[in-house]
Write a protein that binds this ligand. Structure first.
Ligand SMILES: [Zn+2]
Length: 220
């Protein structure tokens, strides 16, 4: 006998992740207010299961200051939305899928701040922004002293997201120390964490440090 499963209602499935969606909505509201996620830019995700990959992520083109539950979709490891009648996921979905390959990562957050945009261009020729000597570095997972160096690699911006994801992958595989995030030139910041709270803290810390570096660069 053939068993036919009833169609899954996307809103019913998403209702199972109300708490995670609420946290991501809260991130969007705060990042928008800080000017880091304006004009429908940015995207946020949280891992539901790793095997198989089921990733909760913002759908494309939504106002991040005013997200609601229907603005989220669930995708698989190829970035495809899993359920019928779901809106399109973010164009940058595969960068989230790439980051969650790191075994400790369960949430990925992306912002388009002014300082991230300016500094990713200013330091592009150096390949990375290296930050050392600031107390706020200790807000990043595993960093216990200001006497450390945080390296944020910078990749050229492109609309070819699979190619960019491959470059990020290669960088991470060859990195000798922990990678807390990266910048895309004239575009923005990607960072992550073991959960949404840690990823959010990393956005706050790195955006703070970028603004400090930017203001200091102007003053010297
Ligand atoms: Zn972006």
């Amino acid at each position: 006998m053939v068993t036919v499963n009833p169609p899954v209602n996307p809103m019913t499935l998403l209702a199972s992740f109300d708490a995670e969606i609420d946290q991501l909505i809260d991130c969007g509201r705060y990042f928008y207010q800080r000017g880091w996620s304006v004009g429908t830019s940015s995207n946020y995700s949280s891992l539901i299961t790793r095997d198989p990959v089921r990733l909760l992520i913002t759908s494309s083109g939504k106002d991040k200051g005013n997200l609601c539950h229907k603005d989220f979709v669930v995708v698989d490891e190829s970035g495809k939305t899993l359920l019928p009648d779901q809106p399109k996921s973010s164009a940058e979905t595969m960068l989230h899928v790439q980051a969650i390959k790191l075994p400790h990562v369960r949430s990925v957050l992306h912002t388009h701040s002014v300082w991230g945009t300016v500094l990713s261009d200013h330091f592009f020729d150096q390949g990375a922004i290296r930050i050392s000597g600031y107390e706020m570095q200790k807000g990043l997972a595993g960093i216990t002293t200001h006497e450390s160096t945080i390296t944020l690699p910078i990749f050229e911006n492109t609309q070819d997201i699979p190619s960019l994801a491959k470059q990020v992958d290669e960088y991470m595989q060859s990195a000798t120390g922990p990678v807390h995030g990266y910048l895309i030139r004239r575009h923005g910041l990607y960072t992550w964490g073991k959960d949404i709270a840690e990823a959010r803290r990393h956005i706050e810390v790195i955006e703070f440090l970028l603004e400090v570096i930017g203001r200091r660069t102007i003053l010297t």
